[in-house]
Design a protein around this ligand. Sequence first.
Ligand code: DGL
Length: 286
Amino acid sequence: MNTKPKINHHKTQAQIFQPDIQSLKNNKPIGIFDSGVGGLSVLQQTHRLLPKENFIYVADSAFAPWGGKGDEFIEQRSRIITEHLLEQGVKMIVIACNTATASIIEKFRKQYGIPFVGVEPGIKPAVAQTNNGSIGIMATQGTLSSQRYKELNQRFFNDVNLYPIACPGLADQVELCQIDHPKTIKLLESFIKPLLNEQVDTIVLGCTHYSFLIPFIQEIAGQSISLVDTSQAIAEQVKRLLKEYKLENQETNTHSRYFTTGEIEQTRRVISKLLKKNIIELNLLA
Ligand code: DGL
């Protein structure tokens, strides 16, 4: 497709906010959101790949984690954030959260006239990579019980053995930036050991928070285990879509802004630590 996306002006009851097609300008920011800081792993890769783009990141820190909270809650939070991003004039939204993607992306694509990119457990690359056909999937309970995951599972059911494991508590540790804390390591061991007992040779990181734990996951799992992280693939998908819709930024004076629903100074500390740079432009999303 060579044209900009068509905005659907046909209003349904659920359509609360529709951007005008004129607002999808090339120099507008890309919005990225997650339940908290996990999606920063997606922001990091996307920024690296697209250094000329402006970004707005929203961390719903006051309400994180979303993983065990159910569809209604996730939809409500995602809608508030999406509409905030649309008010900021974003040209595209990346749902940097497996749990929210599984729950609401199809609905939001229909309701909001803007391109959405989502993230889902990288089972397809894992299937391509595995040698023994045994694949572990670490994700939230929300992701693993979603219809979208069930469909993904069914697609590969005949080719490989998939061992999903819900990892409650893990995203919270990343939210607290307790990456190398003994409690985090203990949790990781308790989730990874059962996968190793199943002789998996590949582990899919099905939650964006877990990308920040990669060195520890690798150490516990062992160097022979392949880890599949989708953040690079998401960045490439964003690049492809910007090109397809002719929405690439041509200007060079770029910047990133951050919003949180949580406590500002605590969130600033965590984001700065995870991204290894000082975050100045952080605002409260009330
Ligand atoms: N980072 C999210 C994901 O990718 C959600 C984690 C959570 O809030 O439970 O699923």
